[in-house]
Design a protein around this ligand. Structure first.
Ligand code: GDP
Ligand code: IMO
Ligand code: MG
Length: 427
């Protein structure tokens, strides 16, 4: 099984980092294919906690080649501060490869991200403020700066001039901010060019050659299905393709080469930022989930919104991504509940709706139709086999599996690398 995509089946923070890290010792390459340092993946190895933003989680396994694909937007300062922090903890980052076609997040992207959010006021997206949206907007507008542009100052200068042309009018006249000069931007971007140079590669060529040699490649998504720019809750989404198709466009590997698509879903749900969220709990249960699950953002520290599992979202993610496997995480967090509600359908203005509404307004009006499943009280953190789980936890998973339409291959019972129940090996 050489090519496996790992992606988020909900609104992000499902535990993709842990899922990818677990495959590390059987993996040759781990590729980040979308997003940038809006992502935050926490991986816990022997009690040591690592927070990764721009680097794929595979970097923590010795022998894995971590790859930042063409679909990623890169903040160079963040990249190297993450590299330095890992090196200081003894993690070898020397094998890192960065696509020459990936786009760069420039200082003006961060500025624009923040001012546009402020300008949107009540209609804001609740972005991470990292410049992600503006960098992708430039890419689509064909005024982006790519990694390869950093190695020819004349070209870089021309590209930055082109990018700043309209932006300075906008910053000065609409947002009442100071203009940004070409010189300061070029200087800022060139700070890291020489350090980056040995890592830059034709990553689509490298990855396809690796697959030709039957090497194992894991594609690790940032964000999630419901935050995908095409398939998520637009406009409350990120600006990249976080679904399975994004693994292909964001890495230069064709769909015929992908063997498995693994969706990661919490045993409940969370969301950071604005936007519709039918199973959201604004009561004591929601606070209980946040505290028990430690639901505070890895990237921004924001408290995450919390709610019960949504099987409509899970079915949608199964369909949009062609999931072959589901990894259910944080089952341990639900321990101690008497009954656990799970959304099986929605009520939209008095109508029962079984699948994700195609119309955005319907989704905004959707209220969950819950089924109550039995809870369990036993500590499950030591479970490693399905049979180690209490009967009620087993039934909870089997119900989720039936409702979600994809087999559950593993189950997280704690943050540590080892705290996992394996039903079917992913590699
Ligand atoms: P990602 O963005 O999808 O990689 O997820 P995050 O790292 O942002 O958020 C997931 C959080 O849950 C992290 O703090 C993980 O350490 C933690 N985690 C992952 N799996 C489990 C699990 O099965 N049980 C518990 N209790 N925590 C988990
Ligand atoms: P990981 O990879 C959860 C959310 C933001 C905001 C929206 C747009 O850790 O799962 P952006 O800065 O991307 O323009 O913000 O997307 N968001 C995430 N939420 N997990 C993430 O990444 C996220 N990355 C972006 O909160 O609502
Ligand atoms: Mg995260």
């Amino acid at each position: 099984m050489p090519a496996v995509v790992v992606l988020g089946a909900q609104w992000g923070d499902e535990g993709k980092g842990k899922a990818t890290d677990q495959l590390g010792d059987r993996t040759d390459y781990v590729v980040k294919f979308n997003g940038g340092n809006n992502a935050g993946h926490t991986v816990v190895i022997e009690g040591e906690k690592y927070a990764l933003h721009l680097l794929p989680s595979g970097i923590l396994s010795p022998g894995v080649v971590p790859v930042i694909g063409n679909g990623v937007v890169i903040d160079l300062e963040v990249l190297f501060s993450e590299v330095d922090a890992l090196e200081a903890r003894g993690v070898d980052t020397s094998r890192l490869l960065v696509s020459s076609a990936a786009h760069v997040i420039a200082p003006y992207h961060r500025t624009l991200d923040k001012v546009t959010e402020r300008f949107l006021g009540k209609r804001r997206i609740g972005t991470t403020g990292r410049g992600i949206g503006p960098a992708y907007a430039d890419k689509i507008n064909r005024v982006g700066v790519r990694i390869q542009d950093l190695f020819d100052e004349n070209i870089l200068r021309q590209k930055v001039e082109g990018a700043l042309d309209q932006k300075n009018h906008l910053l000065l006249k609409v947002y009442n901010r100071r203009a940004i000069t070409v010189d300061e931007t070029v200087e800022d971007l060139l700070r890291f060019a020489e350090r980056l140079r040995p890592h830059v590669a034709d990553t689509p060529l490298v990855l396809n050659a690796a697959l030709d040699e039957r090497r194992t490649v894991v594609f690790e998504a940032g964000q999630a299905t419901m935050l995908d720019v095409d398939h998520g809750t637009y406009p409350f989404v990120t600006s990249s393709s976080a679904t399975a198709g994004g693994a292909c466009t964001g890495s230069g590997v064709g769909p015929t080469r992908i063997d498995r698509v693994v969706g990661v879903a919490k045993a409940y749900t969370t969301r950071v930022g604005e936007g519709p969220y039918p199973t959201e709990l604004s009561d004591a249960d929601g606070e209980w989930l946040r505290q028990t699950g430690g639901e505070f953002g890895t990237t921004t520290g924001r408290p995450r919104r919390t709610g019960w599992y949504d099987a409509v979202v899970a079915r949608y993610a199964s369909r949009i991504n062609g999931l072959t496997d589901l990894v259910v995480t944080k089952l341990d967090v639900l321990t101690g509940r008497d009954r656990i509600p799970v959304a099986v359908a929605y009520d939209v203005d008095g109508r029962r709706v079984d699948e994700m509404p195609d119309d955005q307004s319907d989704f905004h009006h959707a209220t969950p139709v819950y089924e109550l499943l039995d809870g369990w009280t036993e500590d499950i953190s030591g479970a490693r086999d399905f049979d180690d789980l209490p009967k009620a936890a087993q039934r909870y998973l089997l119900e989720l599996e039936a409702m979600s339409g994809t087999r559950i291959s593993s189950v997280g019972v704690g943050p540590g690398r080892e705290a996992t129940v394996i039903r079917h090996e992913l590699l």
